[in-house]
Design a protein around this ligand. Structure first.
Ligand code: NDP
Length: 491
């Protein structure tokens, strides 16, 4: 079992702390590796290393930075099976999804590497003669990346690749539940040829390591994915230093089935959306809203399919649903199931922690479906697990009203063959992402990702937005008239 240190200035080193923590397999309880509980001093050293590396990395041509990213993507491609199984062992998602996550990381890093040959600005005419305008993109400086456990390799890549291509240097703090995935990623970028100090990696608690990254004035921007309370805390602390902050804080994503939908397809979509990754995706389907005329038919089929899902060791390719990621998450989810029962929602299937055999060593919760009334807590709050609330809608307007009446706005989906309704839904659903005849999960990397309302603070990640998150725009004016020209004053 490997004992990791902190990674500062291109070297793995001992932390200033003597305390360590273990990362464990949520299926078996096996310890996978140990990591230091990093300190403020570790973070300060890492930030100094990142500051020192910044001037040279900024000057390193962006296409050459892209070549390093491409090498990292190539290494991930060669090790896809191994890395996928590490994701599955450490986080608990089914192995096909573990490998899918690595593919997502590869796709994104390759996509961003190409940006090294673009990083486009604009040119535009001046209102005065012999004057030239353009914009250029510049790095922000030292940036802090704080990531969650549910996509332990893909989400770090979503942040790391654009931060690096734009010429920033990085302090990376992973979730304490999945530091091994993060460390393997750091090793890959090191092997790909990142110069020392460009990427620095400190493990440890959010309240010590995370907070120091947020509060240290030398870190100029923070990119965070995780829960709302943490996001609010980070935003309020970082705002005092006028830092740029990107937040992605989850969703309460609706899946609407209209009376004309392809039922089989719609049900397939719900199963994947609600129970894929044991419901631990920020885009997971949390609420199913069904047109009253097809409610009975959909529910009968959905319950049958849900009860047939195979729950077990996620390394087994036959398994549909693995464990939830930790004892803490298991407790939160089971508490919500109790809340649902107490507030009078009808438990239609699942609802229990699985026991006996392999289940005794891990955190297994049955895929759970409640028939609920809109307004109950289980329909309004984000339950980050395999729990689906189903509601009946009178018509399209009613379905959209229910879909929109929550505090989040990340993903949304509607199944209908009516093209008019599909386009109305694109207009009406309050979410950063709307799928027509596809589930709420399944983002592709070249499209902007993010949401409205409490899902974040207005930014987008990935796709064309990825570079914006990590760059400053400089407006440049070149006057070649050889005289003082006065904008707005000269006639
Ligand atoms: P958190 O928001 O607590 O953690 C996310 C990351 O932030 C981790 O790296 C964590 O470190 C770090 N962190 C925690 N506190 C601070 C702080 N004060 N300052 C800076 N960084 C901090 O999520 P949890 O893992 O505790 O999950 C709780 C809930 O969050 C879930 O039930 C779910 O609702 C939501 N969530 C949403 C995700 C999404 O994709 N949007 C992903 C994961 C969770 P550490 O791990 O050391 O605590």
């Amino acid at each position: 079992m490997k004992e990791y240190g902190v990674y500062i200035s291109g070297k793995w080193a001992e932390s200033t702390s003597s305390q360590i923590f273990e990362t464990k397999n949520p299926t078996t309880g096996e310890t996978l590796a140990t990591f230091p509980k990093g300190t403020k001093e570790d973070v300060a050293k890492a930030i100094d290393a990142a500051e020192k590396a910044l001037p040279e990395w900024k000057r390193f041509p962006a296409p050459k930075r892209g070549e390093i990213l491409l090498r990292a993507a190539q290494l991930m491609r060669e090790r896809k099976d191994e890395l996928g199984s590490i994701v599955t062992k450490e986080m608990g998602k089914a192995i096909a999804e573990g490998k899918g996550e690595i593919q997502e990381a590869i796709d994104f890093v390759e996509y961003v590497a190409g940006e090294g040959r673009r990083l486009l600005g604009i040119t535009t005419p001046s209102e005065l003669p012999d004057k030239f305008f353009m914009t250029v993109l510049q790095p922000i400086g030292v940036v802090g990346l704080i990531t969650p456990w549910n996509f332990p390799m893909a989400v770090p890549c979503w942040k790391l690749a654009p931060a690096l291509i734009a010429g920033n240097t990085v302090i990376f703090k992973p979730a304490s539940g999945t530091p091994l995935c993060a460390a393997r990623l750091v090793e890959i970028f090191e092997e790909a040829g990142l110069p020392p100090g460009v990427l620095n990696f400190i493990t440890g608690s959010g309240s010590v390591v995370g907070r120091e990254i947020v509060e240290n004035p030398k870190v100029k921007a923070i990119s965070f994915t995780g829960g709302v309370p943490t996001g609010v805390d980070i935003y309020s602390r970082a705002s005092k230093l006028l830092k740029s902050v990107y937040l992605e804080l989850g969703g309460n994503n609706p899946h609407i089935i209209m009376d004309d939908a392809n039922m089989e397809l719609a049900i397939e979509g719900v199963l994947f959306g609600a129970f894929g990754t044991a419901g631990q995706r920020c885009t997971a389907t949390r609420r199913l809203i069904i047109h009253k005329d097809v409610y009975g038919e959909v529910m009968e089929k959905l319950l049958k399919r849900t009860r047939a899902l195979k729950i077990g060791n996620p390394l087994d390719p036959e398994i549909d649903v693995g464990p939830v990621t930790s004892a803490d998450q298991e407790k939160i989810i089971l508490d919500y199931i109790k809340i649902g029962k107490d507030e009078g929602a009808r438990l239609l299937c699942g609802g229990r922690k699985l026991k006996g055999g392999i289940y005794d060593k891990g955190f297994f919760i049955e895929p759970t479906i409640f028939e609920a009334e809109h307004g109950m807590r289980i329909t309004k709050e984000e339950i980050f697990g395999p729990v689906l609330s189903v509601m009946k809608a009178k018509n399209y307007e009613d379905a959209v009203r229910i879909a929109n009446d929550v505090e989040y706005g990340l993903s949304s989906s509607i199944y209908t063959k009516n093209v008019n309704l599909a386009f109305k839904a694109i207009q009406d659903l309050e979410a950063g992402i709307t799928y027509i005849n596809a589930p709420t999960i399944g983002a592709e990397v070249h499209l902007p990702f993010g949401g409205i309302k409490n899902t974040g603070n207005g930014g987008r990640e990935a796709g064309t937005a990825a570079i914006e998150e990590f760059t400053e725009i400089k407006t440049v004016c070149i006057d070649y008239s050889d005289r003082l020209q006065k904008a707005q004053i000269e006639e």
